[in-house]
Design a protein around this ligand. Structure first.
Ligand code: SAH
Length: 270
């Protein structure tokens, strides 16, 4: 069980804020409990299998939500993992992708028990202009933001952009062969001309539909957050995003699973 909240020091990595944890050393204690938040069952299934995670009941207050929880106990140096998946929409039967369900799922995960790090994991679009490749895995740095919340009012413009700093996992990402980049969230799969302008101005390199919502809830709880996203499609490709997505989903989910397993193992050694 995690014993206290951790924060991230950009120079030294994870450090304990509280004493009494079972750290391997005083400067870089192990992460003991990780929550992984995912949107689609097809993204989550390979990771759930690889972790050997067992489904558990959601708390009573959340029993009307489609969220599904599974737990993989700590093994060796690997932290305990709470895997929370958005689940299926009861009306349409499809996975509840997007920010609304992602926020609810994160709230459920973070009220389940103490968590040291939230990881929003899934698939995403990338761009030829930043040399992204299908199947490549990105780790969010230095922040996650929103591109489709345009509110031209003082204060609300900043709230709309929703920039949230990510945990500093640069060294770990590098060791795993992941690229770093700003992850940008919107509630549409396509990229409207307005989105395009805003994303270009923001310098984002990874486009998806959940990370900023997950990060916002994690921030409300004071828990560090990162995003790990495997590229299923290239946004400016002549092939429709949905077509690329469907063709590449299984391969990207496998790449995501492989990276996530290594990342989770390494977090236990941080
Ligand atoms: N049409 C798909 C639905 C997937 S929507 C289907 O047939 O099942 C896209 C999901 O993958 C979202 O959860 C989102 O986070 C991610 N995603 C992948 N590529 C994306 C892109 N180019 N833009 C936005 N989200 C993307």
């Amino acid at each position: 069980m995690a014993t206290g909240k951790r924060y991230l020091d950009s120079r030294k990595g994870w450090r304990a804020r509280e004493q009494g944890h079972s750290a391997k050393n005083a400067y870089a204690p192990a992460v003991e409990r990780v929550a992984v938040i995912m949107a689609m069952e097809a993204e989550a299934a390979p990771l759930r299998d690889a972790l050997g995670a067992t489904p558990i009941e959601v708390p009573v207050w959340a029993s009307t939500l489609p969220v599904r929880l599974a737990v993989a106990p700590a093994v060796g140096g690997r932290p305990e993992v709470l895997l929370a998946v958005n689940g299926r929409d009861p009306t349409t039967g499809v996975d509840c992708i997007g920010s609304t369900a992602a926020a609810l799922t994160t709230q459920v995960a973070l009220t389940y028990g103490p968590i040291d790090l939230v990881v929003t994991a899934g698939t995403a679009g990338g761009w030829h202009r930043s040399n992204a490749e299908i199947g490549e895995v990105f780790v969010a740095w230095p922040h996650i933001a929103c591109h489709d919340r345009r509110i031209d009012l003082p204060g609300f413009d900043q709230f709309g952009r929703g920039e949230i700093a990510t945990a500093d996992l640069r060294e770990l990402a590098d060791a795993l062969g992941c690229r770093l980049g700003i992850v940008t969230t919107g509630d549409s799969l396509d990229e409207s001309p307005t989105d395009r302008e805003r994303i270009l101005a923001s310098g984002a390199e990874v486009k998806e539909m959940e990370a900023a919502a997950v990060a916002w809830v994690a921030q409300l709880h004071g828990v560090p957050v990162t995003a790990v996203k495997a590229i299923t499609d290239l946004v400016e490709s002549p092939v429709a995003t949905a077509t690329q997505f469907t063709a590449n989903l299984a391969a990207a989910a496998d790449a995501l699973q492989a990276t996530m397993m290594k990342l989770i193992d390494q977090l236990g050694d941080q």
